[in-house]
Design a protein around this ligand. Structure first.
Ligand code: NAD
Ligand code: SER
Length: 317
């Protein structure tokens, strides 16, 4: 049996840093090659191999896959919802062509597995708001959501037609302290912690009662690895799995932070991101992921808040 060798594309991003470190623990440092368009993240330095790589350059990507004997790819390079609305053409191009390049190479080189995340952004105003099901009406209004929904069907197509074992999760908004977020609508839920610690106040770009599905990064990492390690014959969804952990509003997370920083104050100045947030569900039904591969989150709002504040304090925020 060939030894697994993993390529993480977009490894210097919010998820990439933590996922690369988790995969290195599991597979051994030298068996997980980190790659990104931008420079290597400080937290990755010295922990394993790094290559500078543009996922849009298919030839260069193909050469790396062959040269490094890659057997699995985790593709994290993308433009997220808020940034995508500023440059829709670029978001579509990167989010689609990057995925197609990886799927083609996976097919040609008969890679063992591919991981590619989708998002709650596939859902739109006509999807159910509460406990949004795995299969439902899906009419996204952002270019990011459109690219993720199209991407899900490309994954399904490559699986059905060419037998590529590509797996995917619709992440909710992810909250973390190790690396900065990349331009999403849910980024307020990270900024709020930094501002609470630095300035004891935060001006939120969403309205106080905007409920969104969220998740703490350790749960997102365990979901990703859980899905990728699951036996292929247990998986019934080849587009992308709903997963869920927490649902809260800016008002609720502010109240939770106030338990630790009593003089923290939040004000509201909704901007263009409000419309994006209003188009997404408030909570997600993840019963299929639970049934198929045993998905289970650990963090609720209070555990996450405590952990975020403790870790940001330790970092000297
Ligand atoms: P991020 O923006 O923090 O990281 C993306 C990384 O990809 C960056 O380091 C960037 O430099 C790199 N990149 C961009 N263009 C590239 C290219 N052409 N070639 C190689 N690398 C390139 O994003 P993230 O939050 O870590 O998200 C990773 C994936 O997870 C994305 O597909 C995103 O849509 C998805 N996702 C994220 C969230 C979230 O809340 N963070 C939620 C749902 C889905
Ligand atoms: N957190 C992401 C965003 O807001 C959801 O995909 O874009």
């Amino acid at each position: 049996m060939t030894k697994d060798k993993i390529l993480v594309i977009g490894a210097s991003g919010q998820i990439g840093v933590e996922l690369t470190l988790a995969l290195r623990k599991l597979y051994g440092n030298s068996n997980v090659v980190a790659s990104d368009l931008r420079e290597e993240n400080e937290l990755l330095k010295g922990s394993g191999p790094y290559v500078s790589l543009d996922v849009m350059n298919k030839e260069m990507l193909h050469v790396q896959v062959i040269r490094q004997n890659i057997t699995q790819i985790y593709l994290l390079a993308a433009i997220l919802s808020a940034t995508g609305e500023k440059n829709p053409g670029l978001a579509w191009h990167l989010n689609m062509q990057g995925l197609l390049n990886v799927l083609d190479i996976a097919r040609e080189e008969k890679l063992k597995k591919v991981y590619w995340p989708s998002s709650i952004a596939v859902f739109g105003p006509t999807s159910p708001k509460i406990n949004c099901p795995q299969q439902t009406i899906i009419e996204p209004i952002t270019v990011y959501g459109i690219s993720k929904y199209a991407g899900e069907f490309w994954c399904n197509y490559y699986h059905q037609r060419f037998g590529v074992d590509v797996r995917s999760i619709r992440y909710p908004g992810l909250i973390s302290y190790k690396s900065a977020p990349g331009g999403g609508t849910t980024d307020y839920a990270i900024e709020i912690f930094h501002e609470a610690l630095e300035n004891k106040q935060y001006k939120c770009f969403l309205k106080e009662d905007t409920y969104l599905p969220m998740m703490y990064m350790p749960d997102a990492i365990s979901a990703t690895i859980g899905l990728m390690e699951a036996p292929a014959d247990k998986l019934t969804v080849h587009t992308s799995y709903n997963i869920s952990a927490i649902s809260f509003s800016p008002k609720e997370i502010a109240a939770e932070i106030k338990k630790h920083i009593p003089d923290f104050k939040i004000t509201y100045a909704p901007d263009y991101r409000q419309k994006i947030a209003d188009s997404w569900p408030q909570s997600i039904d993840d019963s299929v992921a639970k049934k198929d591969w045993g998905w289970k989150p650990e963090y609720n709002l209070s555990l996450m808040t405590e952990d975020m504040l403790a870790n940001l304090n330790n970092k000297g925020q």
